[in-house]
Ligand binder design. Structure first.
Ligand code: PAF
Length: 286
């Protein structure tokens, strides 16, 4: 496994790997958990070689967010990736990624608005900008992202479609289902911020969401069901619900009941120092 920090060696290593067949990229910010390793395993089924990027992207953190505190267990991450048969780990520095004079911002309107975009202004611009750069640097045939960050995946696909990206083509930007702990909590690097008590309470999130999905699929009133969901989260130990919304799964347009288009329930809620997000598919009501 090669670990590379400079752009020129990265470009030549990536083109060397592409000679063996398709190259997959799994972009990460490190602090790897089973969810990331599931992305790597899925990537291996789609490509001859897998590249993983580890870059804690300052552009996607707000002024009051956890950039400095974000966990960076580099040696552990590299050991895990070695164990998964990864060929190349791309670890750019912040100065290399954003040298003095860097002045470009990719802003994807529509899908970036609302949901996490409302609570985290500029976050998705930071994501779109760094992912576009990572794509241009590694030039993968396929890229994989976790469905836990459903809005992020929609933003990246929109960006790839709108900018006519070819490596990867929008059709080769793949979402991988969320990996969950035994009690249903979606795996996240930010779960590490929870105390033992908060960690136990956090399982209210997937439980209350599953109840809400079942109710909506039975035909229950959507606004009333979302209000019940928020009440359950607060009763379960969450301190605030940033949003609990039913959206068109692809365009992320707001909808008030599941109809012909696939729908998604998306929630963000705060507990302790963590802001947890999750989403579930919702089948059309009868
Ligand atoms: O999901 C993440 O880990 C990050 O947002 C990503 C896609 C690696 C961009 O920094």
């Amino acid at each position: 496994m090669q670990t590379i920090e400079g752009l020129d060696p990265l470009r030549s290593a990536a083109s060397q790997l592409r000679r063996d067949g398709p190259l997959a990229l799994v972009p990460t910010m490190g602090a790897l958990h089973e969810g990331h390793l599931t992305l790597v395993r899925a990537a291996r089924r789609h490509a001859a070689h897998v590249a993983v990027s580890i870059f804690v992207n300052p552009l996607q953190f707000g002024a009051n967010e956890d950039l400095a505190a974000y966990p960076r267990p580099r040696e552990r991450d590299l050991d895990l990736l070695r164990g998964e048969g990864v060929s190349l780990v791309w670890t750019p520095t912040a100065e290399g990624m954003y040298p003095a004079g860097f002045a470009t911002n990719i802003s994807v309107s529509g899908v970036s608005d609302g949901l996490c975009g409302a609570a985290r202004p500029g976050h998705f611009d930071g994501v779109a900008t760094v992912v576009c750069k990572l794509f241009n640097q590694v030039r993968p045939d396929v890229a994989l992202f976790g469905e836990k960050d459903w809005q992020q995946l929609a933003v990246i696909r929109r960006m790839a479609r709108d900018l006519d990206l070819v490596r990867p083509h929008v059709d080769r930007i793949l979402g991988v289902p969320t990996v969950r702990e035994a009690d249903g909590l979606a795996m996240s690097s930010r779960n590490a911020y929870l105390t033992a008590e908060q960690r136990a309470q956090a399982a209210t999130l997937p439980r209350a969401m599953a109840d809400a999905v079942a109710a909506i699929e039975r035909g229950a009133d959507v606004p009333a069901t979302l209000a019940t969901l928020s009440t359950a989260l607060i009763a379960g130990g969450f301190t605030a619900v940033d949003y609990a919304e039913l959206r068109d799964a692809d365009s992320l347009a707001a909808i008030d009941r599941p109809g012909a288009v696939p729908a998604r329930l998306l929630v963000a809620a705060r507990i302790g120092r963590a802001r947890l997000i999750d989403n579930l598919a919702v089948a059309p009501a009868p």
